[in-house]
Design a protein around this ligand. Sequence first.
Ligand SMILES: NC(=O)c1ccc[n+]([C@@H]2O[C@H](COP(=O)([O-])OP(=O)(O)OC[C@H]3O[C@@H](n4cnc5c(N)ncnc54)[C@H](OP(=O)(O)O)[C@@H]3O)[C@@H](O)[C@H]2O)c1
Length: 374
Amino acid sequence: MTRAVSLIHVGLGLIGGTALGILREQQARWARDFGVTLTFRSFIDSSGGVACDEEGGYSSTTIDRLIAARASGVKVFQAAPEIGLTPRTAGEALDVALSQGPAIVIDCAAGTRTGALAAKAVERGAGAVFSNKAPLSLPANDSVAATLWSQAGARGLMRYETTCGAGLPVISTLRALLDSGDRVISISGALSGTLGAIFADVAAGSAFSEAVRSAKERGYTEPDPRDDLSGLDVARKALILARTIAMSIDLDDIQVESLVPSELAAASVEDFMAGIPMADAEIAKRSSEAVSSGMTLKYVASIQSGESVTVGIRPVATGTVLGSLQGPENVITIRTERYDAYPLTVAGPGAGAAVTAAGVVADVLSLATMLKEH
Ligand SMILES: NC(=O)c1ccc[n+]([C@@H]2O[C@H](COP(=O)([O-])OP(=O)(O)OC[C@H]3O[C@@H](n4cnc5c(N)ncnc54)[C@H](OP(=O)(O)O)[C@@H]3O)[C@@H](O)[C@H]2O)c1
């Protein structure tokens, strides 16, 4: 017997909104080609949520009205009464949605708070898809992280492809290698498009501060570039990769090289941008040392299976895929027992709404196909 699968959208920003658009477009084809019937059951943002307890879920008209309200700056909780819906807390909306049969939480939010919703859903047999890295980076002894990671396997209830490398098939590739009995020896790569663009400019002769300024102007950095330069985002991705290959590790165990001078850690964004040239001499020295030995500087995450995870600037041979990276792409190289002499490499855009949302949607299809039969 097959049953409709309810979708619970948590986070309706750039990625969540784009994924919702793709799911609505694909809904009829999935029903026809894969026998997967989707029901749009609940929408949750930072204000709270709404959930529908009627059989077919929300109509297209209601979803359009919710999207229009959010586009005009009104969040779900405030918009609900005007659309004739009951505003609820996120927890209440989740409960209503979970009482309607098989369901998938799609966490495209930011921060750790939504992890508890997904963990509760998983405990009740629902699926959880993440583009949000934060809940998966919680300490291993946190009950939310423990519940979620216990479901990370091929038959588990969690999918998280886009947390590392956006739409690139990184987690699914690792999973296929592990499930076929291969053993991962190491994973290394450039996991930040922002830092990739900055170090490509440094290699082309720009001062580090100029490269940071240019990346900010081109919209590659977060509004506060320290969020990229601290290395924390890359460390979170490295943690997720390490946990995927069954390393028992926390964020605190990762050696992270921050590119934010300690003197500027607490400054305003403006003062930070004015002060960042203080880092130029050191990076220029390391860059010219690398160049003199046929290498180039990259910001690299390195995972030695069962041993260590480090994140920081490394000299990389220019002849390698990683060394020849020119812009904001990501590249992830996986060495295994079978892919030893010639490691397996995945490369391409590591951010962007269309590719990331498509990765989220593919994860939803994978879980929905599994859940509809149960
Ligand atoms: N952008 C990319 O290329 C990319 C690539 C890979 C992964 N990601 C990850 O995907 C996630 C979404 O990214 P984005 O670019 O779509 O960000 P965004 O546009 O800022 O959207 C974030 C959404 O999360 C919601 N949110 C925040 N805290 C929440 C909470 N406690 N409960 C419920 N909803 C909450 C926000 O609600 P409000 O609208 O009410 O504030 C907003 O709708 C992030 O975790 C990001 O790191 C992004």
